[in-house]
Design a protein around this ligand. Structure first.
Ligand code: E4P
Length: 219
């Protein structure tokens, strides 16, 4: 399973990319706002750090405006990085129209705010490169989020649909294990969850004991 990092924080992206486990980045308006920096300021930097798909989200609501905004976003990125741009489009009927047009232009899309298998199927039919089911937000309202990932994977598998599934809105390490067991293509994981995934108390205890014992070895 590919792992994307779900943040726009450059320091976090740099640090976690240095672990050698990051295949791409997803951002959204909330994550960009959290950085306190302007989008233009951080956009190119992200592409320099990670050589993989980087999702940038539009904020327009009408299809033609989304397409226009998508083209502007692509043009903000240096030519050598443009192959990695994926435009995040919200899952609405206007969004589907935009995805259709963008896919004809060869611009990659990531249909975001997907909360059902039907939405994912429609996004794939419109030509989405990626669909992002939001698991944590479904869990938040008392619905088993991971179930829609199972349904989407089954449907995409039945019809050899090439659209890749990005499990999004991940809240804890168990979500990542579940996504991987289902066989999702990608999980986009917040830095805090990646830090939890790397840790185990027995690893820490083991290192401490090895270091203490090493002190006892005659040198
Ligand atoms: C995915 O692309 C989104 O940026 C993200 O996973 C949203 O997660 P949230 O529900 O924690 O905001």
């Amino acid at each position: 399973m590919k792992i994307f990092i779900d943040t726009a924080d450059l320091d976090e992206i740099k640090e976690l990319a240095s672990w050698g486990i990051i295949d791409g980045v997803t951002t959204n308006p909330t994550l960009v706002a959290k950085t306190g920096r302007s989008f233009n300021e951080i956009i190119e930097e992200i592409f320099k750090i990670v050589d993989g798909p980087i999702s940038l989200e539009v904020v327009s609501e009408k299809a033609d405006d989304m397409v226009k905004e998508a083209k502007q976003l692509v043009s903000k990125v240096s030519e050598k990085y443009r192959k990695n741009v994926a435009i995040k489009i919200p899952m609405t009927s206007e969004g589907l129209k935009a995805v259709k047009q963008l896919s004809k232009m060869g611009i990659k899309t990531n249909v975001t705010l997907v909360f059902s298998a039907n939405q994912a199927l429609l996004a794939a039919k419109a030509g989405a490169t990626y669909v992002s089911p939001f698991i944590g937000r479904l869990d938040d309202i008392g619905q088993e989020g991971m179930q829609i990932v199972e349904e989407i994977m089954e449907i995409f598998c039945n019809y050899d649909i090439e659209t890749e599934v990005i499990v999004a809105s991940i809240r804890h390490p168990i979500h990542v294990i579940q996504a991987a067991r289902i066989g999702a293509d990608i999980a986009t994981v917040p830095p805090s969850v990646l830090r939890k995934m790397v840790k185990h108390s027995l690893t820490d205890v083991g290192i401490k004991r090895f270091l203490e014992d090493w002190e006892k070895v005659k040198k």
